[in-house]
Design a protein around this ligand. Structure first.
Ligand SMILES: Nc1nc2c(ncn2[C@@H]2O[C@H](COP(=O)(O)OP(=O)(O)O)[C@@H](O)[C@H]2O)c(=O)[nH]1
Ligand SMILES: [Mg+2]
Length: 446
């Protein structure tokens, strides 16, 4: 933890002008810097009015100073906050004065990273700081606040605790190999496994929900040129966002639109048509379309119902992404609007008349599996869902190994791996690479 020995400084308020601008200093030299800039240290945690001076003693600004001696601070280190006048020049004078006196500019997210390293908050809570700041809806903000206050983390910890109990049971049984152990007859063990399975299922659905709450549900519209992708986007959003013409290749860039389906935030992404022999601009549009597909929660594969059914669904669509085939332009054919009676992944509609659009909305809501959990909701990230999925897969294969092969050792090992995957969420078992990646997405000053 060498870097934590540095003292860091950054503006905590956004760039630009405002009534108040806050500069935050954290680290072992914070007190020294404050003495030089303020003449002396104020009382801890008392708002105190002071003149702010540069390294050469010249007056830069005046305002309120707050002094938080470590470890009782956000970062766990000694923190000084200077609340000056909110102009970009004043702020940079204050930041530069702190740098001249021994601080260095903070990296993105470094204050929050130190809070994590000093065990003030865990990783999921650190991420919730950024999610709260970046939340786009009131609902998402409330949910992020619950993650920040540890609701999500304690759900993870409870699950980890149950796993620990189970591991102890299994490992205790394995430790007596001279006895012929019948794991399946062990009722305590069976009950523990059943309880864990339930906990995993509940946590997974809450976490998926939290992910949709944070990011919205991303629906990417793809298909051949002129199938009616842009028309469908406009119909679903009720806006004329995308240009619609009968000329193939009209949409060349990615277009995004936020809509709400009964409280479910959906991000619609309209793409360039996928076809052979595109021109250069269109080829770039197709590259972007393929990239959008990889981050999709759901793909709508639009087909022109007046043409023969397209055979290939496209190799670009990854596993785990649900694909709905939309047969568009049924106003020109004899097909009935709505979900296919035999195959609920096929929906027939007309973007032009709006026939069948409600069936599509219902389908999207079902796919997202989104429930309004009200006060119980917390935000989560894709990373959390993935780690949790991995944990659940390990748990399941351990359980199967026990049932099918009476393999207690394999169960023990799978439980260990499940535990490890859970630990990645709160940061108990995270790598430096992962930490670097998470905190680099923060803004400077957070
Ligand atoms: N009759 C009819 N025409 C449609 C429908 N949807 C789109 N079109 C027409 O098909 C052409 C291509 O539509 P557009 O949305 O630009 O397709 P895109 O290339 O897939 O984005 C335009 O002339 C649209 O007016 C529909 O449901 N019925
Ligand atoms: Mg288009």
């Amino acid at each position: 933890m060498n870097e934590a020995m540095d003292t860091i400084v950054a503006a905590a308020t956004p760039p630009g002008t405002g009534g108040v601008g806050i500069v935050r200093i954290s680290g072992p030299a914070a007190e020294h810097i404050a003495c030089r800039m303020l003449g002396s240290l104020p009382e801890p945690r008392m708002a105190t009015h002071r003149v702010f001076r540069g390294a050469d003693g010249s007056e830069l600004d005046s305002g309120i100073v707050l002094y938080f001696p470590g470890p009782a601070s956000f970062t766990g280190e000694t923190v000084i906050e200077l609340h000056g006048h909110g102009g970009p020049v004043v702020i940079s004078l204050l930041v530069n004065a702190a740098i001249a006196l021994g601080a260095r500019p903070a990296e993105p997210g470094e204050f929050t990273k130190r809070a994590f390293l000093n065990e003030k908050i865990d990783l999921a809570q650190a991420e919730a700081v950024a999610d709260l700041i970046g939340s786009g809806t009131e609902q998402a903000a409330r949910a992020a606040l619950r993650s920040l206050s540890g609701v999500f983390s304690s759900a993870i910890e409870q699950t980890a605790e149950q796993l620990t109990q189970l591991r102890m049971q299994v490992e205790a049984a394995i430790d007596f190999p001279e006895e012929e152990i019948d794991f399946l007859a062990d009722e305590d063990l069976q009950a523990g496994i059943a309880r864990c399975a339930q906990t995993f299922a509940k946590l997974l659905s809450q976490t998926r929900n939290g992910r949709v709450l944070r990011d919205g549900y991303r629906v990417v519209i793809v298909g051949k040129p002129n199938a009616g992708k842009s028309s469908l986007m406009n119909r679903l959003s009720g806006e004329d966002t995308a240009i619609v013409t009968e000329i193939a290749g009209t949409t060349r860039d990615i277009l995004r639109e936020q809509i709400s389906i009964d409280g479910l935030a959906v991000e619609l992404v309209d793409t360039a048509g996928l076809r052979e022999n595109p021109d250069r601009i269109e080829a770039e549009g197709m590259r972007r379309a393929r990239a959008a597909i990889t981050s999709a929660d759901a793909v709508l594969w639009i087909q022109d119902a007046t043409e023969a059914a397209a055979s290939d669904i496209g190799e670009d669509i990854g596993a785990g992404v649900s694909v709905t085939i939309v047969r568009n332009k049924i106003d020109l054919t004899e097909e009935c609007a709505g979900v296919d009676a035999d195959d609920d992944t096929v929906i027939r509609l007309s973007a032009k008349t709006g026939d069948g659009i409600d069936a599509l909305r219902t389908r999207l809501r079902e796919l997202a599996g989104y429930k309004d959990l009200g006060e119980g909701a917390f935000t989560a990230r894709r990373r959390h869902v993935e780690a949790l999925n991995r944990a659940a897969v390990h748990f399941e294969s351990g359980r199967r190994a026990l049932e099918e092969r009476h393999a207690g050792e394999i169960l023990a090992e799978e439980l260990r791996l499940a535990h490890q995957a859970l630990g990645e969420i709160t940061g108990a078992t995270s790598s430096d690479d992962l930490l670097g990646q998470i905190f680099s997405e923060f803004c400077i000053g957070k």
